[in-house]
Write a protein that binds this ligand. Structure first.
Ligand code: NAI
Ligand code: MG
Length: 359
């Protein structure tokens, strides 16, 4: 099959990890007889350097006319990078929020899976890990605090800042449906995370999720308060299958979940709209501290490319093959620095990509 893919290398380690993911996709095309045509899109700091803004209309148009978008990461070191001398709405991160909104990517899927080979990199005790864990966080991505009205005002000489957390029923319903559909293909359990003991937005969230649950009698629904969930993720992560939550709670909980799998360098993510289209990127940022040193773990980006094959391009067996290749290389003992442990073979970004492509 022929497909159009928009590639966003981005900033920091972005170009290095996207290069390795493309290498793996080239192998998939060669082996299964597909043809992907790529258009490179600038976003974040890379776009500021060329166009003066973190996202252009032309970049949005290129992304929209593609079947899927594969992205590295954007952003720089806030202390040293000139991008952070710009006002907040012109910085790299504003471009990322804007492209999510422009493409209506309301559903962010973040799997957190512990490879048996990486048990030693997991900070949890053996008896907590047990047989390992395998969960997915379904995070609402275009509403809530990050998109609500905000302002800073002065009252009687005292500065005051206001952010707004709002959700309507439709926004809650569509993300809840995604979570239940995903649970059906997994272990049939949804944990909906909110703060319904305090927030009105959470009470509406809970009500709508319960309505949606009626259409999925085969899926067990439980509700959990977000502070409890933060604790349960390190106390007993095995209990989770699908975690459904709003934008900011999901942002924080998914970073926490990533760390219990060993390294943020392993975690893929997909951001989807109502159609098959999606934007695929690692869960981590641009890691300016290791950029350009051939140290970044490309696996999160390679696994994001596998999600792209599965969700946007209907290529299940190709996605399985990429995931199996990652598994094989880990079983053979190859590790980048972030997941290195005794007795394993340390490799750089490029070699890890070569090994996975070959596998
Ligand atoms: P980060 O995720 O970039 O880095 C956190 C730590 O994890 C660093 O020590 C880094 O070296 C390490 N790390 C991250 N990815 C790795 C990989 N693939 N292999 C090995 N080690 C890895 O988060 P940080 O430092 O808070 O943010 C850096 C920049 O990234 C900021 O400008 C931030 O705004 C941006 N950012 C961008 C995101 C995106 O593009 N979606 C998401 C999160 C942050
Ligand atoms: Mg985050």
């Amino acid at each position: 099959m022929d497909y159009k893919i928009a590639l966003i290398p981005g900033d920091g380690i972005g170009p290095e990890i996207v290069r390795e993911a493309k290498k793996v996709l080239d192998k998939v095309c060669e082996k299964y007889g597909h043809s992907f045509s790529y258009s490179e899109v600038l976003l974040g700091g890379a776009s500021i350097d060329v166009h003066g803004v973190p996202l252009t209309d032309e970049a949005i148009a290129t992304a929209k006319s593609s079947d899927a978008v594969l992205m590295g990461s954007i952003g720089g070191d806030a202390k040293t990078s000139p991008w952070y001398k710009l006002e907040p709405s012109k910085r790299p991160e504003a471009g990322l929020l804007a492209i999510r909104k422009a493409l209506n990517l309301f559903a962010n899927l973040r799997p957190a899976y512990l490879y048996n080979e990486l048990r030693k990199a997991c900070p949890l005790r053996d008896e907590i890990i047990g047989d390992g864990f395998d969960m997915i966080i379904v995070r609402e991505l275009t509403g809530g605090l990050y998109f609500g009205e905000r302002q800073t005002i002065e009252e009687n000489g005292v500065k005051k800042a206001i952010d707004t957390l709002s959700y309507n029923e439709n926004e809650i319903r569509r993300i809840a449906i995604k979570a239940f559909e995903i649970a059906r293909k997994r272990r049939n359990k949804v944990t909906s995370v909110d703060k319904a003991n305090v927030l009105d937005s959470s009470r509406l969230w809970r009500k709508v999720v319960e309505e949606v649950a009626k259409d999925y009698p085969d899926v067990t629904l439980e509700h959990m308060l977000v502070d409890n969930c933060a604790m349960q993720l390190v106390r007993d992560p095995k209990q989770f299958d699908v975690i459904l939550t709003e934008n900011m709670f999901g942002d924080i909980l998914s970073d926490e979940a990533s760390m219990v799998t060993g390294s943020i360098g392993m975690l893929s993510s997909a951001s989807l709209n109502e159609t098959k289209f999606g934007l695929y990127e690692p869960s981590h940022g641009s890691a300016p501290d290791i950029a350009g040193q051939d140290k970044a773990n490309p696996i999160a980006t390679i696994l994001s490319a596998a999600m792209m094959l599965r969700f946007s391009l209907d290529m299940d067996k190709e996605a399985d093959a990429v995931e199996a290749a990652v598994q094989k290389v880990l079983t053979e003992g190859y590790r980048t620095g972030d997941i290195m442990s005794e007795g394993c073979k340390l490799v750089g970004t490029k070699e890890m990509g070569d090994l996975i492509a070959a596998a």
